[in-house]
Every structure is written in C-alpha cells, then in structure tokens.
Design a protein around this ligand. Structure first.
Ligand code: ADP
Ligand code: MG
Length: 771
C-alpha cells in the first residue's frame, strides 16, 4: 500500500550539501509494525517525514495505494496528512493551551467531523490509552508517558491508515517505554506502523519487521516485500478548517495569556479612544452649534443703523487697560476734544429707496425684520382714577420682528413660547415679554401700571391690560414758543378719557424658548411696527412737528440746539423730530436670517446696495453673530482634523504593536503550527489561526476603546459644563462607534497579516523542531 521508490533527499546549508536519503526503496504492507534502526544522522527522521508528507523528497517517488505523489499539490499533501497518516513524536508535540480532549479532537476538527462524533471518538481513544479520567487536563499536568499516550490517542482517533512514530519512547524510562510499545503493537494489528528507534531490543521484541539505515540507505530489511498491485482509485478527502475553529483555537491560546492580551488591547485601544473622543466632542459641538445657530442669529441679527457709527474700540474697552499716551498731563489747562471726529467710522443715511430695497429681500432667507425707531409714542396707563405716561426710560418698548409680509406669529412662535393669551391679531395688540425667570423689573412694572408691590401677578390679571395711544395733536398743546402736555401734568386722566385716543391692550405674554438662550426682545412691551408706522404717519403732519421743523430750538424745552453738529451725543433738531415721529425712517433695522445660508444671501444683498456708490453714500451693517459663530464652525473643523491626525498616529502605533504581538505569538506558537501542519492543516488554516487571534485582539481593543470613550464622555461633559456651561457636549455617534470598531479590526488584522502569512509559510518540519 505504501512504496518508496529510489527516494533521494539532501539538505544544502551554505556550500555544504548533506545527503540525508540516498535512494531508499521500501515496500510496506497494509498492516505491519516496522521498526527502523540506524545511527543518529542516518536519515531515519528524514525518511519518516517524507513518508508523512511533512517534507518533500528531491527525486524518486512515493506511491500511496498505487498512486504516484509526484504531481501532488499542497492541498493533496494536506489531505493525505490529515486522513491517511499520523505522527507520534518523541517530544509528544501536544498543543499546550488545549485540553487533552481538544488535542485529540484537533485532527478531526481539521477534517470537519461533527462535534458530537468528534467528541465521542476522542473519548474512546483516550479510554483506549487509559486516560479517560484526565480528559480535561492540560498537557503540562501530565507525565511524559501520559503525554505520549495522548499523542497515541490523537493518532488513533483520526483513524489513519499509517502511523509514523519517531522515537516515541526516546524520552521515557524503560518501564513506561514498554507500556507504550505494547500500545503501539496493539494498534499495529490493524494498521501500518512505522517506528524509528535507536533501541534494537525494543525493535526485536515488538516489531514485525526491522529495517536498518546507514548513511541514508537501507542496509538490512528483515522482511522485504515485492512490488504488488493495489487499488488505483485512491481518493483522499480534502481538509478545511473553519474560521470558527480558528477562533476557538486562538481564543484558547489567548486565554492562556490573558494579561498580555488585555494590555495589548488596552494599548491599542488608546488610538480608538482618542479618535472616538475627538469625534464625539466635535459631533457634540456641531450639534450644539447648529442648535445655537438659530439662537445666535436671533440674538445677533444683522443690524443696519442710521447715523454715525463709531469705532468699536471705545465700546469694547480695548483702550481700557492700556496706559493712554499723554494721560495725566502736568499742565493746568483744560483741553477740548471732539470725541465724534475721533471715532466716527461712517455715517449711514437711510433713504426711502433703501427702505424699499430692504423690503424686497426674499422672505425665505429672512425669519423676521424689526425696526427700532426713536419715536416717543405717547402711551398712557390708568388705574381708573388717575392716568400717567408710560415712562419709556423705565420699561423697554420695542417692536417685535415680523416677516416682510407682516406675519409676526411665525417668527415669534419659532423663538418664543406663548405663556398666556394670544399673539397680536392687530396693531392695537401688544405683547408682554418676560425673562427666563418670568421676571419683570419693578420699575418696568411700575411704568406699565402693574402692581409692582405684589410678589407675583397672575397671567390672567395682565392679559387684557389696556393702554391708550394719544396722537401728537391731542397730546401736546402750544403755549407761546413751546409745547407742553395738554393736561394737568399731575394726572392725565382727562387726556386718557378723550375720544380720539387709540386703545391698546396686552394680548399675550411671551418668553424666549429655552434652547434659544437669551432673547432678542428685552423684557417689557413689544408692539407691531405697523403701530409705529400709524403713529408716525399721523405725527409727521402734527402741529408740534411742523413747529419743530421751523424752530432752531427744542420746542419742548426751549433749549437752543448745539452747533457742534457731528457730536453723536448732542441733542439735534433731527433727533427731536425723530422722537416726535416726524421721520418714517427707522433708526435701526434688524434683520433675522433664517439660517447661515440665509445670512450669506442677506449680506450679499446688502453689499449689492453699495455697489457703484461713493463711500459716503454706502450703508454699512453690523454682523455680530459672525464674531461668535464664525469661530465655532471653521476652527472646530480644523481642530478636529488636527486632533484626529494625532489620534491616527496612535492608531498606526497600535497597528505596529499588533504586528509585533502577532509576530511574537507566531514565534511562540511555532510548534503548534508544526503540529497543525502535521495533522493536515493547510497553509491557509495556519493563516486563519493567526488572523483569528488578531480579530479577537482587534475586536477587544475596538470594543474597549469605544467603551472607554463612552465612559470618558461623562467626566468630560462634567468638566465642560463647569467651564462653558454647555451640557452634554461630548456625544458619541453610534455610527462613528461602528466605524471605529471596523477600523480597529481592519488595522489589527492588517498588522497581524504579515506575521500570519509568515507562519503559514513555515516549514512544518522546522516548526516541529522548535521548542
Ligand atoms: P536521524 O533521524 O537518523 O538521526 P536525520 O534524518 O534527522 O537523521 O538526518 C539525516 C541527515 O540530514 C543528518 O546528517 C542531518 O544533519 C541532516 N539534516 C536533517 N535535517 C536537516 C535540515 N533541516 N537541514 C540540514 N541538514 C539536515
Ligand atoms: Mg531522528
């Protein structure tokens, strides 16, 4: 059944060629116990390895069941080793991290025997060698003789045709040797056993046939066999190791070095933790920014202010801490100083054309538009008996933003919460704005005629509260050169009760939404701009305005106007006229963009007005939100990229580390590779074993990284909340987590790939020789 035909094999190391087998011709019977004797170095092991397909012959032929192996491919050899032939080594060659059963099962695992069958066969084999009580032990817990029994059980379990034993008793004492020989002889009754030994006595006693080797040749054969015809249709079932088996094998190997694996996983998870944290931070910031986007746009609309704009440095106080040059002069003189001339940047002059230009803005890009006018509307409050003017110095009275088509509700409901009542349905209806604590300053309450002494006022008591708007001609009466209020100045109740007044009432109470932050509208009263337009429309033809237009003094006070016309702080005729409602042009236009894209469109639109205009005709606007949001968007992206780059470096480091770890593992598991190959594992299977190992480590480090990053977001958020007041900034996106896990896995597999390939290329004979 097995024929060696003129087998030659030599090893070349450097310039020296050692002939190990020098034309071996042996025919073996289907079942016999052959002992090969010979001096050390005579080629016995080499011959056995050639027979077992662990080593390839140089020339000649090995014929298995009548089939030449000259054209055998790797996979044929693998299948042959797995199904037909099995090795018993002097050094047992058990896989140390597997239990006895697992060791015995390994050959069958490779040939894909079902696990139940595998297990029962393994138990049977272990029973047969008398180790049934030790099946769950690890090889290191056994004596040498017991380990050799396990190796024999492994050989038996696979039910091979040929058993090759290389000095199986070489490491055992004589009594144990005899027991092992008994066992092997028993097996040889039904199989072909070829045993190498240098003990002639054992050979004489147990073997059926003794062959002597010398210098790579057969010098004596006690029972030679002539050529015989045998079954030509020799087919061997191919082996294959499933990835699950590889995982199990590596899992058990890893289990024996828990600490190293854990540390490796921790170390290589650092990169993942880094990237995960950076991503979760930038993700969180992005979310915060977009939720603040509308808020910040609301707080900082684009504003266009009529009149002189002054340099910001005075307001922001950049000079404040600087020792001003020429400060604290020694001279006993007072110096004149024109603040206006020094800080004037530009003088915006609004025109009706510009107002129309603004009104033509696309309402899609504009959430709302509001005008602030320096008009002093004559609003009165009354408690029934007495009446007085609502003091605009004590309470904010502002117009709320509306859409260009006049719709105010859509803007307000976006950013404000209606606490009570309704949104205004006409210009006669006002809104009361409260701050985030539902508070209103006592002076404002007093000004509005609310019970400012009470600790709290119910919403119902405020809704419906009435005021009166008095038109200029009713409000002012002329008295010689000046005008004064047309009533008893201590009690305006007569004025209040006049026929030609306009009724106003509070229709609702609003408060800025929680996620908007601070509100654009200050706490106080808010009216629709149509009310102001109505008032102005009437006021511009009123007597007081006509008188003021002619007079070079303030018609309310009689005070002569300053001649320093450019001084922004001086009271001028224009200012008085504006407060009397003479001008239809607002003081400030606030534009609330719908979003950042909208803002870009609006700023381009405003720039469009200035095209082809002289510098002094241009109208400049202020974009406060750009100071805040410009910072967040672009810079955050940049910082994120830089940080990711750093974290990526640590990923590369872990890639290299995994490579080294796998390399070390390959070195450590060299013997296991040899055993697996001897049992019929394909090169592919060996690669698989190590890939499985890196998959395990990669998955562990990935999962660990994600977990650590997730846990770390908690303290990071606490710290950030303390520093910035932002809550829940760091937030790991599940998609990022999955992505990072995949990256970690691919990187570790990549890192382990070369060592795993290296392992598969390892010569099985050399691998077995490793210790
Ligand atoms: P035995 O098992 O009879 O002691 P071997 O078959 O191991 O002898 O070795 C036969 C000869 O081949 C020896 O001279 C040995 O040095 C040489 N040899 C065996 N394996 C190798 C190898 N991998 N590289 C170089 N020489 C080898
Ligand atoms: Mg040898």
């Amino acid at each position: 059944m097995l024929q060696l035909k003129n087998i030659k094999k030599s090893y070349t190391t450097g310039e020296f060629t050692q002939v190990a087998l020098d034309g071996i011709n042996i025919n073996f019977r289907e079942s016999e116990f052959v002992a090969i004797l010979g001096q050390s170095g005579s080629g016995k092991t080499t011959c056995l390895n050639v027979i077992g397909g662990l080593d390839q012959y140089d020339s000649g032929d090995l014929i298995i069941n009548g089939k030449s192996t000259k054209d055998f491919e790797d996979s044929d050899w693998d299948a042959y080793r797995n199904n037909s032939v099995v090795f018993i080594f002097q050094s047992y060659n058990l896989i140390s991290h597997l239990s006895l059963v697992d060791n015995v099962e390994m050959g069958m695992t490779l040939s894909g025997v079902s696990s139940a069958e595998k297990h029962s066969k393994a138990i049977n084999a272990l029973e047969r060698v008398g180790l049934e009580q030790h099946i769950h032990k690890k090889p290191s817990q056994l004596s040498g003789g017991q380990m050799q029994r396990v190796a024999i059980a492994r050989a038996l379990a696979n039910d091979p045709d040929i058993i090759l034993a290389d000095e199986p008793t070489g490491a055992l004492d004589s009594q144990t040797s005899e027991q092992i020989m008994e066992l092997i002889k028993e097996i040889a009754a039904e199989k072909l056993v070829i045993m190498v030994t240098h003990n002639p006595e054992l050979a004489e006693v147990y073997a059926d046939r003794v062959i002597h080797f010398k210098d790579g040749r057969v010098v004596e054969d006690s029972m030679p066999l002539a050529n015989q015809r045998v079954n030509e249709n020799y087919e061997i079932k191919k082996t294959s190791m499933s990835f699950a088996t590889a995982l199990k094998l590596s899992g058990k190997n890893i289990a024996t070095k828990k600490w190293r694996t854990a540390l490796t996983a921790v170390a290589s998870s650092i990169g993942i933790v880094g990237i995960a944290l950076i991503l979760s931070l930038s993700n969180g910031f992005d979310k915060k920014i977009s939720s603040y986007e509308s808020g910040s746009l609301l707080n900082f609309p684009l504003t266009v202010t009529q009149g002189i704009s002054t340099s910001m440095s005075n307001m922001t106080g950049t000079d404040f801490f600087k020792e001003a040059e020429g400060a604290y002069p020694e001279e006993s003189k007072v110096f004149s100083h024109d603040a206006a001339k020094e800080v004037v940047v530009h003088n915006n002059i609004f025109t009706d054309e510009f107002m129309n230009y603004i009104k033509k803005l696309d309402s899609k890009v504009l959430d709302g538009i509001s005008y602030s006018r320096n008009v002093n509307m004559n609003i009165l409050k009354s408690d029934g008996k007495t009446a007085s003017a609502v003091n605009t110095g004590s309470v904010n009275i502002t117009s709320f933003p509306t859409k260009i088509d006049g719709d105010s509700e859509s803007y307000l409901s976006n950013y404000y919460e209606l606490l009570a009542g309704d949104y205004p349905k006409s210009e006669n209806e006002l809104l009361l704005v409260v701050d985030k604590f539902n508070q209103l300053d006592v002076s404002a309450m007093e000004a509005l005629g609310l019970d400012y002494k009470a600790k709290e006022i119910n919403f119902e008591d405020i809704i419906g509260k009435e005021y009166k708007l008095i038109l200029n001609d009713n409000y002012y009466k002329q008295k010689g050169e000046t005008f004064s209020i047309n009533s008893d100045s201590a009690n305006l109740i007569d004025l209040y009760n006049e026929k030609d007044t306009i009724n106003l009432k509070i229709s609702g109470i609003i408060r800025a939404n929680e996620d908007v932050g601070s509100a654009a509208l200050p706490a106080g009263l808010a009216y629709s701009d149509t009310l102001a337009e109505f008032f102005i429309d009437n006021a511009k033809d009123s007597n007081i305005v006509k008188a003021q237009e002619k007079a070079d003094y303030n018609v309310l006070t009689g005070e002569v106007f300053s001649e320093v016309s450019d001084n922004p702080y001086a009271v001028t005729r224009e200012k008085v006229l504006m407060s009397l409602g003479a001008s239809v042009l607002p003081n400030t236009i606030s534009l609330y963009p719908s979003d950042f894209t909208g803002k870009d469109i609006i700023t381009k639109y405003l720039d469009g007005w200035n095209k082809n205009l002289n510098d002094d005709e241009k109208i400049i606007y202020t974009d406060m939100s750009s100071l805040i949001t410009g910072l967040s968007g672009g810079i955050m992206d940049g910082i994120t990229l830089v940080l990711i780059a750093f974290a990526a470096i640590s990923l590369v480091v872990s890639l290299i580390m995994i490579g080294i770890i796998t390399y070390i593992s390959v070195m450590e598991r060299t013997k296991e590779i040899g055993v697996l190959r001897a049992l019929g594992a394909r090169k592919k299977d060996v690669t698989r074993v190590f890939n499985a190992e890196t998959v395990i480590i990669g998955t562990c480090s990935g999962l660990l990284g994600i977990l650590l990053a997730f846990i770390l977001t908690i303290p990071i958020n606490i710290v950030l909340e303390h520093l910035t007041g932002l809550t829940g900034v760091a937030e790991l996106n599940p998609l990022h987590a999955v992505l990072l896990l995949t990256i970690s896995l691919s990187l570790t597999v990549l890192g382990g790939f070369i060592p795993a390939k290296m392992a598969s290329k390892m010569n099985p004979v050399e691998a077995l020789r490793a210790d």
